[in-house]
Design a protein around this ligand. Structure first.
Ligand code: FE2
Length: 265
């Protein structure tokens, strides 16, 4: 996809879909590795960091490049040229480790986390000024979903990443989180397509048992100098383990080291 067009769509709509952000030869190995990881996580043979439904079924699986899974293809994918073709123009070449995880259907029950913006600990019901300040912060990360099978699981409101929420959106973000929004759009992806999108957009994931969701979600971060070290996010504390760095491809280690240097542990 043309990069200028991609940037413009990302700026105005909050997303763009690329057909060429993964090496076609890597797609099948990624799908196979994902199925192995899901199987091992379901039986708890391996469980590095997993989000589970109340019934205990995985819906998000982290730790994919931990040695415990022994699946080097995930780190190779993060460093792959077709992906970097899109990542570097947005973030520059000085990258700090991001991550990769699997979003997948529980086997027995449909699942959805409901509407939200990826605001972390920031205010989720802010005034106009507060919300616009959060939305206008400099871009320090880029995230995407790679469809390993045909995937219509992500819904978002185009353009909502750069404006204050409407009253309808506020209702869905804070109260009726599982009801539709009149301006929502379903992101239909064919296997092999990648959607790069802003987590500031109002969005939700739908994880029906059928068809099975197998989304590979990734992100890279821009390295900013002189940042203060922080307490490590509990979801990625597994990356502090001594055996992780050595399992990564050598050319990925500088990005790991930039991340590691900012963790208080
Ligand atoms: Fe999200």
């Amino acid at each position: 996809m043309d990069l200028e067009e991609a940037r413009e769509q990302y700026r105005t709509q909050g997303y763009f879909i690329a057909d060429d952000a993964v090496d076609p030869n890597m797609l099948e190995p990624l799908l196979e590795a994902t199925r192995r990881v899901k199987a091992k996580t379901r039986t708890r043979e391996v469980d590095v960091y997993t989000h589970r439904t109340p019934e205990g079924e995985p819906w998000a699986i982290r730790g994919l490049f931990a040695p415990e899974f022994n699946e080097p293809v995930f780190a190779e994918y993060l460093m792959s040229h077709p992906l970097m073709h899109y990542v570097v123009p947005f973030l520059g070449a000085d990258l700090r480790l991001g991550g990769v995880l699997i979003f997948t259907s529980p086997d027995q029950v449909d699942w959805s986390g409901g509407w939200h913006r990826d605001f972390g600990d920031n205010e989720r019901d802010g005034s106009y000024e507060v919300e616009i300040e959060i939305l206008n912060r400099p871009m320090v990360s880029l995230k995407w979903h790679l469809a390993l099978v045909d995937d219509s699981c992500l819904q978002l409101v185009p353009g909502s990443h750069r404006r204050y929420r409407t009253e309808e959106e506020r209702d869905r973000l804070l109260k009726n989180r599982h009801a539709d929004i009149s301006t929502q759009e379903v992101m239909h992806l064919k296997a092999g397509q990648t959607i790069f999108w802003s987590g500031n957009a109002v969005h939700r994931g739908i994880y029906n048992t059928k068809p099975e969701r197998l989304t590979l979600a990734g992100s890279w971060n821009k390295h900013v100098d002189n940042e203060e070290p922080q307490e490590t996010d509990g979801r990625v504390k597994w990356m502090l383990a001594d055996n992780v760095r050595g399992f990564l491809p050598e050319r990925m280690r500088p990005a790991y080291d930039r991340w590691r240097g900012l963790q208080l542990g």
